[in-house]
Design a protein. Structure first.
Length: 455
């Protein structure tokens, strides 16, 4: 009897223990559920608050844009008569005997239809840079396929989209990676779209467009066969500063034609420096002429140059709008348009392969010294030059043709480019972009701009 009672008592105790455990588990479950609901509630409130802030910011931007376009329309810029185009800023008169006399000096203005892109959020790149160790892994195919593609620096998904398919399709957009951009309609002298186009930045080797534009004041087609000796100081400067160059050897005798095309196609610093010295005797005088040209274009409030190459200098700067104006004037000249639009070029200058090693051989085969004739069996080699940007962009489907272009890069400026585009509808445009993270992305930015923003 005692054993039965003890078993029953133990059974009751076990039942009470189980009941207590169940009760405790239920309390814990309720407590955990409350915690989760609280967390979800906080997240929901934060999302709604952020959305409200974004909507508020968008409304403010739209209001500001509306006010800006209203002011622009009131000031008479909504419709631009090409006959009323005037130099911008503090332009000085162009000499009557200058090749620029009678040419259009642009002053592109915003209109009520100008697309104003938001400032690029550079912080959006931080995680991507960390994920890709700072390297651009984009492929040559449209669409890329790298971690960089996840960065949401793009135009609105509706009107003004930069699409990798056809304009007006908001489902596929190509990111505009360039921090600065301007698209100018040359026929109307208006700004079609822009992103911080008037921010003063380094133009890098886009500077060389101004270099050849300035040189044009000293050169016409009758002087293209003139020759110039490339000094050892020029080649040493290029070597020490790791500049892109044509590859002229010290004391090479080259033609002015080589200097012009060599400045643009391979972005040759040796050619640009040689061109400056041919025109003015020294680079300092030529740089003064460049800044005089800037004044003629009415750009001296924001543009100033200290060298002919585009090497970084805090006192060498301009805006994307300035550079678009510079190219817009340059392509009005037949000679400069040919220089800026040629895909490939073979130099008049040629060298003997043995000269690269600093030695030549006499006709008898003995080692010679500088100035001796090379072996009679050796053949002189010309240098093949190529405009990489034009050759890479020409096979990208657009409703027109990129006719002329110049790229640039220094660490402080990122990858940049300025290009001239002739649309199938007969209109003419200039696009200038700055501070992209790769040369390929710069190309795709120009492709996207021309495909999406031009009818």
């Amino acid at each position: 009897m005692s054993d039965d009672y003890n078993r029953m008592r133990q059974k009751e105790i076990n039942r009470l223990k189980r009941k207590r455990k169940v009760f405790i588990l239920r309390i814990l479950s309720v407590f955990i559920s409350l915690i989760l609901l609280t967390i979800l509630g906080i997240i929901f409130v934060k999302i709604m608050f952020d959305k409200k802030e974004r909507d508020k910011k968008t409304t403010e931007e739209q209001t500001t844009l509306a006010e800006t376009t209203e002011d622009t329309a009131t000031s008479g810029h909504a419709e631009v008569d090409e006959s009323e185009i005037e130099p911008n800023g503090d332009a000085v008169p162009v000499d009557e005997d200058s090749w620029m006399a009678g040419k259009t000096i642009y002053n592109p203005v915003a209109t009520d239809s100008t697309i104003h892109l938001p400032k690029a959020d550079l912080e959006a790149f931080d995680q991507v840079i960390a994920d890709s160790a700072g390297h651009d892994t984009s492929s040559e195919d449209e669409g890329g396929g790298s971690a960089w593609d996840t960065v949401t620096l793009q135009l609105d998904n509706v009107e003004g989209s930069i699409n990798i398919t056809e304009p007006g399709n908001p489902t596929k957009t190509q990111q505009l990676t360039s921090t600065y951009m301007i698209l100018v309609d040359l026929d109307e002298d208006t700004i079609v779209a822009e992103r911080e186009c008037e921010k003063v930045v380094s133009p890098a080797s886009m500077t060389k467009v101004l270099t050849v534009l300035t040189a044009r004041d000293f050169i016409d087609e009758s002087k293209l066969d003139d020759t110039f000796i490339i000094s050892p100081e020029i080649t040493e400067y290029c070597r020490k500063n790791n500049c892109s160059s044509v590859g002229f050897l010290p004391n090479a005798e080259v033609t002015v034609r080589d200097l012009l095309y060599g400045t643009i196609l391979p972005s040759g610093a040796d050619a640009a420096m040689g061109l400056a010295e041919y025109c003015c005797g020294d680079q300092e005088t030529f740089v003064n002429a460049m800044n005089k040209k800037v004044e003629q274009l009415g750009l001296s409030e924001t543009a100033h140059f200290t060298n002919v190459v585009g090497m970084y200098d805090e006192n060498l700067h301009c805006t994307m709008k300035d550079m678009a104006i510079i190219l817009g004037v340059a392509v009005q000249d037949d000679l400069l348009r040919d220089v800026l639009s040629l895909r490939t070029y073979t130099t008049d200058y040629s060298y003997y392969p043995s000269e690269v090693n600093g030695t030549t051989e006499t006709s008898e085969g003995a080692e010679g010294t500088e100035g001796t004739e090379p072996s009679t069996e050796e053949e002189a080699v010309s240098i093949e030059l190529s405009n990489w940007f034009l050759r890479k962009i020409e096979d990208k489907p657009m409703h027109g043709t990129v006719v002329a272009a110049k790229t640039g890069f220094v660490d402080e400026a990122g990858c940049c480019a300025v290009s001239y585009y002739e649309a199938d509808n007969g209109k003419h445009y200039v696009c200038c972009t700055g501070n992209s993270f790769s040369s390929w992305r710069t190309i795709y930015d120009h492709v996207g701009v021309y495909r999406s923003l031009i009818p």
